[in-house]
Write a protein that binds this ligand. Structure first.
Ligand code: FAD
Length: 476
């Protein structure tokens, strides 16, 4: 049998891993994961490209993958550095006939693929990249990618009408032992990657996110079956507090610890065995959104990262106000709903979808700050950071993407009163506002001196004055 190098990327799982299955058919698989050193560098801002909470989740996912590989007789070789260089050298040293991996679509990832391919060519080693991150396979789309509809609804209707979702692949039962001569490598700790190792979990986090395929499949089981939450997803999905209001699958999806098709098949099973309703459909609907941003990235390439966005809108003026940007990051804008969400993100690495839409709208439409800054901060901080979903959603909210409504604007005051009517969410993250009554808490910046005294909060001392005139939200 020939040796095959299997390069794990954002597909840190054994189940439904088509590339891995194909690799096993081609030869004896040697699994490798490379921690890409570039992911741990600083940005132009005061945060790293990948924040500590994200990196912790990644380390756990790699640890779990190694364990799962060991259970089927193999192991995971781990390295730190530049994947294209390390893999090319390993391919040569181990005399492999091919490198198998999953296909990515965005700039940095495809540049690495191309660079590796270039290094392997003179060695006569093949690189096989297999499409597997989406629910619908790219080859099954009922149109060429250049004709991807500009509006989500049109995309969804077309795929629902004309494309089939492929079945999942079972996990391999056994893989060959790794030759003793190969140095397996130690999985780095947070500290070794340049992070503070004393990361403390915040008790208020929606969930204890533990990386890895095992935890991902456990969460799927818990959400769908044990806690029976799927059947009411459509009603609860705009929630803000706790594990139950939405699936929280995103973190595991982002590193491929679970595949979207596995979730799809579980939903279908539930529909057959228990009930099919608007909620069960809606979870699939959201996974189609995820697909859409993936295909948008494929179609528009580097444009998703540019200020002018996929619309190529060069006219929009964007401010580069670092002072207000820092206030946004640190949850110090004086707008409680924004500050609560931003503090949750900073302290836990997660924020609800409702929160993300509001804080992104506030940054771009109320403060007028360069949306790419916001997207870069989310990239650093989100445990579920997914390059296509993040940059695609930011394009959308900033008005340079594929939102058919050009004038969409979130009235933050109204959103807060609607989705946090009792003020429980803002008080969870802003304890300084604990005594302010629910009907006033979302406009805390308008409290009179007497009210401040009564509710034991002094604006400008205990809680910041608002950075914008929030009275405009009362007029709607
Ligand atoms: C500005 C902004 C940035 C975002 N950045 C990311 C990101 O980096 N990674 C990420 O996974 N999601 C991102 N989202 C989308 C969405 O907020 C999260 O997917 C969702 O909140 C994750 O929680 P959940 O798994 O409980 O979602 P659920 O509500 O349970 O949805 C199920 C799954 O559907 C998918 N999904 C749901 N909403 C969206 C959406 N709007 N776009 C794409 N996929 C969606 C996710 O995979 C999610 O896990 C972003 C949204 C906004 C507005």
């Amino acid at each position: 049998m020939q040796n095959i190098l299997f390069w794990f990327r954002n597909d840190l799982r054994l189940h439904d891993n088509e590339a891995l299955i194909q690799a096993t058919k081609a030869g004896d698989v040697i699994p490798v994961y490379v921690f890409d050193e570039r992911h741990f560098l600083d940005t132009a801002f005061r945060f790293k490209r990948s924040g500590a909470l994200r990196v912790k989740f990644l380390i756990e996912s790699v640890e779990n993958l190694r364990k799962n590989l060991q259970q089927i007789g193999s192991d995971l070789i781990v390295r730190i550095g530049k994947p294209e260089e390390i893999l090319a050298k390993m391919a040569l040293d181990l005399n492999v006939s091919a490198v198998f991996a999953s296909k990515e679509v965005t700039q940095e990832e495809t540049t690495i693929e191309a660079s590796l391919s270039k290094k392997l060519k003179p060695l006569n080693i093949e690189i096989e990249l297999v499409w597997m991150a989406t629910l619908y396979h790219a080859r099954d789309l009922p149109f060429q990618i250049n004709f991807l509809p500009d509006v989500f609804t049109e995309f969804r209707k077309k795929v629902e009408r004309s494309a089939k979702i492929r079945s999942t692949f079972a996990k391999p039962k056994a893989l060959p032992k790794i030759d003793k001569s190969i140095e397996i490598g130690v999985i780095p700790t947070l500290k070794q990657l340049g992070y503070d190792s004393n990361l403390k979990a915040d008790k208020r986090s929606v969930l204890t996110f533990e990386g890895g395929e095992t935890a991902a499949l456990y969460r799927l089981d818990e959400y769908v079956w044990d806690d029976d939450l799927l059947k009411s997803y459509k009603e609860t999905r705009n929630g803000l507090i706790g594990a139950d209001y939405s699936s929280k699958f995103s973190a595991w999806l982002s590193l491929g610890c679970i595949s979207p098709r596995t979730i799809y098949e579980e939903v279908k099973k539930y529909e057959k065995e228990v009930t099919a309703n608007d909620s069960t459909y809606w979870l699939i609907f959201e996974l189609i959104w995820r697909d859409y941003f993936h295909f948008i990235a494929l179609k528009f390439g580097t444009r998703i990262f540019k200020q002018s966005g996929i619309r190529n809108d060069l006219m929009k003026p964007w401010k580069r106000d670092t002072v207000r940007f820092e206030k946004w990051i640190n949850g110090e804008t004086g707008v409680p709903f924004i500050d609560a969400n931003m503090r949750e993100l900073q302290q836990t690495g997660f924020m609800s979808n409702r929160g993300r839409q509001n804080v992104a709208s506030f940054l771009t439409k109320d403060l007028g700050i360069d949306w790419t800054w916001g997207a870069a901060y989310f990239e650093s901080q989100l445990i579920d950071y997914d390059v296509c979903s993040n940059w695609g959603n930011w394009n959308y909210v900033a008005g340079v993407g594929n939102d058919p409504r050009e004038d969409r604007y979130f009235n933050i005051g109204r959103q807060a009163n609607m989705y946090d009517s009792q003020g429980e969410y803002v008080k969870l993250w802003l304890p300084e506002l604990a005594k302010v009554p629910a009907e006033k808490v979302h406009f805390a910046g308008l409290l009179s001196r007497e009210e401040q005294k009564k509710y034991e909060v002094t604006l400008g001392v205990d809680y910041p004055n608002p950075v914008i005139d929030v009275k405009k939200w009362l007029k709607f």
